[in-house]
Ligand binder design. Structure first.
Ligand code: PLP
Length: 402
């Protein structure tokens, strides 16, 4: 047995379905294992590495900041944090005027739930079937699938799940106690399902009419992944709260709750020890500047379309449907996806599942076209059952494509 894998298996709580791979290095859209094999990374740390692994701008920013100041709680002012807060409001939808900084996606959802209840004085949150919002108790209560919740009850009361993209159902479940509607724009964990434009418009209108807050969870879709800085821009949405995390700080842990003027809390009502620490704020500055300078939104839109067009040229009997928005891609199979994830790994491409049958690709948005071609080639061979023809993990082959 491999020594590193044995150590993790023995001393970790073993909550992750592990792949047989020890990753030791990353650069751009590639990662290397401890045997020196290279892989095209369409996992990106679960949708974190939008600007690529080991992005020099982030390395430089955190190296410089680490020498100045790493920690500084929110009870003091700090220039790096102050400018990041300003930057987030600049890039966010027009309604957003203030931000609470935290450390993860689930934490941003927890805060959003608290802020919505406090602001409205109401308790119920309407969520969508297939929705995923994280693993802490509040976020888990907002998450739909029972498999995530089994054995963890009692959960937080006040959450109802109504079918995604079905406005009539949502209206039917709205009550005087409805504080907020909480939705993803593209349901990521739930299978890469994109919301319908008219559905979002109707939901936004309903929220305005009935004094309900609109909370959009862009933990996975945010920061250029779908072809816009935030996916809600595709649908002209002006949320009251926008939850973000994952790609915000170039790979370092950060979450943020972007709020409209409607959200007001008294001093002392919420907080976080690590939230908004200068080290992570410096990384977020560098990451966001990189996204803007390199037009990663446009790149994601073009590369996503390229990849999907190339896949549509193929005849895949086992593929039921290909769904995408930008470089957030779901390939729904007519069969279980897990064996194909492992075959792709053998072929030198890392991919994610989204539910039982969907193969999800979330490559860094900096991925090159030759690297996308390698991904297509691997998918074609694996999904058509010809993976024996591939030359797995051939480093020279990858390099010769550049
Ligand atoms: C849409 C969405 N919301 C929330 C979360 C939870 O984020 P985290 O794992 O950082 O707590 C995720 C994680 O995958 C997510 O995809």
């Amino acid at each position: 047995m491999h020594a590193i894998r044995e150590l993790e298996d023995r001393f970790s709580l073993n909550v992750y379905p592990k792949r047989p791979l020890v990753i030791v290095k990353g650069e751009g859209a590639r990662v290397w294992d401890d045997q020196g094999r290279v892989y095209i990374d369409c996992v990106s740390g679960n949708g974190v590495a939008n600007i690529g692994h080991a992005n020099p701008a982030v390395i430089e920013a955190i190296t410089r900041q680490a020498q100045e100041l790493i920690t500084c709680p929110g009870i003091f002012y700090n220039p790096v944090r102050a400018r990041l807060l300003e930057k987030l409001v600049e890039i966010a939808p027009d309604t957003i005027s203030r931000t609470f900084l935290c450390n993860s996606g689930a934490e941003s959802i927890e805060a959003a739930i608290k802020f919505a209840r406090y602001t409205t004085g109401k308790t119920e949150i309407l969520c969508a079937t297939r929705g995923f919002h994280g693993r802490t108790l509040g976020a888990l209560s907002a998450t739909h699938h029972p498999k995530h919740k089994k054995g963890f009850g009692p959960l937080v009361p006040g959450f109802r799940h109504v079918p995604f993209n079905r406005f009539d159902e949502l209206v039917a479940h709205t009550t005087k106690e409805t504080a907020a509607v909480l939705l993803e724009i593209v349901q990521g964990e739930g299978g890469v399902h994109v919301g319908h434009p008219e559905y979002f418009q109707q939901v936004q209108e309903l929220c305005r009419q009935r004094d309900i807050l609109l909370i959009i969870d862009e933990v996975q879709t945010g920061f250029c992944r779908t072809g816009k800085m935030f996916a809600c821009e595709h649908f002209d949405l002006q949320p009251d709260i926008l939850c973000v995390a994952k790609a915000i700080a170039g790979g370092l842990p950060m979450g943020a709750v972007l709020c409209s003027e409607r959200i007001q809390l008294p001093v002392g009502a919420h907080g976080s020890t690590f939230g908004g620490n200068p080290l992570v704020c410096a990384a977020a500055h560098a990451a966001i500047d990189f996204m803007v300078t390199h037009k990663l939104d446009q790149q994601a839109a073009e590369k996503g379309q390229y990849l999907v067009d190339r896949l549509h040229q193929q005849d895949f009997p086992i593929v039921r449907e290909i769904r995408h928005l930008g470089l957030m891609i779901g390939i729904e199979l007519r069969t279980r996806v897990k064996p194909y994830i492992l075959k792709l790994l053998d072929a030198g491409v890392l991919a994610l599942p989204a539910g039982r049958t969907v193969l999800r690709l979330l490559p860094p948005l900096t991925i090159s076209y030759p690297e996308l071609d390698i991904v297509v080639e691997a998918l074609v061979k694996v999904l058509k059952g010809n993976e024996g023809n591939l030359n797995p993990n051939n480093t020279r082959k990858h390099e010769s494509r550049e």
